[in-house]
Write a protein that binds this ligand. Structure first.
Ligand code: TXA
Ligand code: MG
Length: 474
């Protein structure tokens, strides 16, 4: 599909609004993130949003309007305290959940009886929504799972060719999505922290709850919360500790591939060579961190980073929203920098046992990060097909594994080197940090090589590795 680019002129915004009226999709800037809009009253148009994003349709959309008078047309009732909220925070980065009228199609509410509404503050957004005349349903304009777009370049990268139009705006001033507040519950509940803080809401409403993270199998209140979000290709980890401790751990990891430290400017003194620094701004300034975060996550991909480390974030004000997004990007992986171990699994060819062990270790939420290498590497790419298959059932993806020959640098940087057999141990220098996996797990013997075997053999090897790695005390 050809995507038209619109500028911030009355003629262009009118033309973009015409596309919406004709059931097409248009991306527009807001102060939070760019939104991928379509006419909220037109089920067919709304379906195009899900298609463009590749988004599961059980996730409801926020409806954007230009002014408060439009809200009455789409919601069943407006509680008194919601009017006070609207007065104080609209236009702005707050989405309020109301009981919906039937005029809102199921495609927007994903079958819920409620609808989320927001009046954005961004001038281009407001002019565009005014011209549209209809309510505009819009999720963040990223491909599902990727960080939300906060610049025109992000949008263009993800969505050119997938939507009918994009309105060019500057950088989004808030940089994180709106606070989602459910006003249909007895006590108002924050479903997603954002640009308006819990403290600000409490000032107006008194008691406000904050919904705890959704467990995997629960039916989530904000369905968007159950998906892994904001993820760059790199594995993201949160580090607890002071700057020195964090950098020490990150440095150790840099022997195994490109690593980035997503840190505050105050922490970058003594940054070692080989560690990419990606700045979240000053640690004193949550506004800056919020505004930069998604760009920082995208920057990891641009620089080809394999592992990215971020510091712990405080639990107050706007920091809460920053913390929520970083933790999601990290899928909850939290390490204690003081005691975290850099682990190196070693086998013969680094295509079967050690890559499976690496993937298993990293999936278990232990206080460490693992890599793997081989003593005699012949293959140049990929783990064995059956090894990839054997760990897929645990959501471990070895498709992009690159076999690596062990080097002195890797050996030296690892806190602990774990081999599969006695003969591997004999090949390595006699060093007290080298252990045979079974010995470390309190057992005796080798983990046999499944190389050349069928999938059943690989699966039983993977089961064996998993049981052993679960037992080791890291
Ligand atoms: O700042 C924002 O909110 C941006 C801009 C474009 O307005 N939009 C945005 O939309 O972030 P989206 O779809 O990426 O995230 C909306 C979140 C999702 O987690 C969704 O599950 C939740 O809000 N949500 C929407 N309607 C809901 C409803 N009726 N009940 C509960 N949660 C809802
Ligand atoms: Mg989103």
């Amino acid at each position: 599909m050809e995507t038209r680019i619109f500028e911030n002129t009355i003629e262009d915004l009118t033309a973009a609004a015409e596309l919406i009226k004709h059931g097409e999709t248009v991306i527009f800037p807001t102060e939070t993130v760019y939104g991928l809009g379509a006419n909220a009253l037109d089920e067919t148009a709304v379906a195009k949003i899900f298609e463009a994003k590749g988004r599961p349709s059980d996730n409801p959309l926020i409806v954007h309007v230009a002014d408060f008078s439009k809200v009455q047309e789409i919601v069943a009732e407006i509680p008194e305290n919601a009017k006070v909220l609207a007065e104080k925070f609209w236009p702005g980065p707050l989405t309020i959940i109301f009981k919906k009228k039937s005029i809102i199609p199921n495609g927007v509410s994903a079958g819920l009886e409620t609808v989320g509404i927001r009046i954005p503050e961004n001038k281009i957004a407001r002019e565009f929504l005014n011209q549209c005349g209809v309510p505009v349903a819009a999720p963040s304009a990223n491909v599902s799972g990727k960080p939300s777009p906060t610049t025109f370049d992000h949008v263009f990268e993800d969505m050119n060719g997938r939507v009918s139009g994009i309105i060019r705006g500057g950088e989004c001033s808030v940089g994180l999505e709106s606070t989602v507040l459910d006003m249909t519950t007895e006590i108002p509940t924050v479903l997603r922290p954002g640009g308006v803080s819990l403290e600000q809401l409490k000032e107006v409403l008194g008691e406000v709850l904050i919904s705890s993270e959704v467990k995997k199998d629960d039916i989530p209140k904000a369905p968007g919360m159950k998906y892994k979000h904001y993820s760059p290709k790199a594995s993201v980890y949160i580090l607890k500790g002071n700057a020195k401790e964090m950098l020490e751990f990150v440095t150790k990891r840099s022997a195994f591939g490109k690593v980035a430290f997503l840190g505050f400017d105050e922490m970058k003194d003594n940054l070692p060579n080989g560690v990419e620094f990606i700045s979240l701004g000053s640690g004193e300034n949550p506004t800056d961190a919020a505004q930069r975060l998604f760009d920082c996550l995208r920057e990891c991909d641009k620089r080809g980073v394999r592992e990215a480390y971020a510091p712990e974030i405080p639990d107050c004000g706007l920091w809460r929203a920053v913390k929520n997004r970083i933790y999601k990007a990290a899928a909850g992986r939290l390490l204690d920098a003081r005691s975290a171990k850099s682990v190196l699994f070693v086998c013969t060819g680094n295509t079967c046992r050690s890559p499976m062990a690496e993937g298993i270790f990293n999936s278990l939420g232990k206080n460490g990060v693992a890599s793997s290498a081989g003593l005699c590497v012949m293959a140049s790419e990929g783990a064995e097909k059956n090894a990839v298959e054997a760990v897929k059932r645990w959501n471990i993806d070895l498709k992009n594994h690159i076999p690596m020959q062990i080097s002195q640098e890797m050996f030296d940087s690892a806190d602990i080197v774990i081999v599969m057999t006695m003969s591997h141990k004999m090949t390595l220098p006699d060093n007290e940090k080298v252990f045979i996996l079974k010995e470390l797990a309190g057992e005796y013997g080798d983990v046999a090589d499944p190389y050349g075997g069928d999938i059943l053999l690989y699966k039983s090897c993977a089961d064996e590795l998993k049981a052993l790695i679960e037992k080791i005390d890291i």
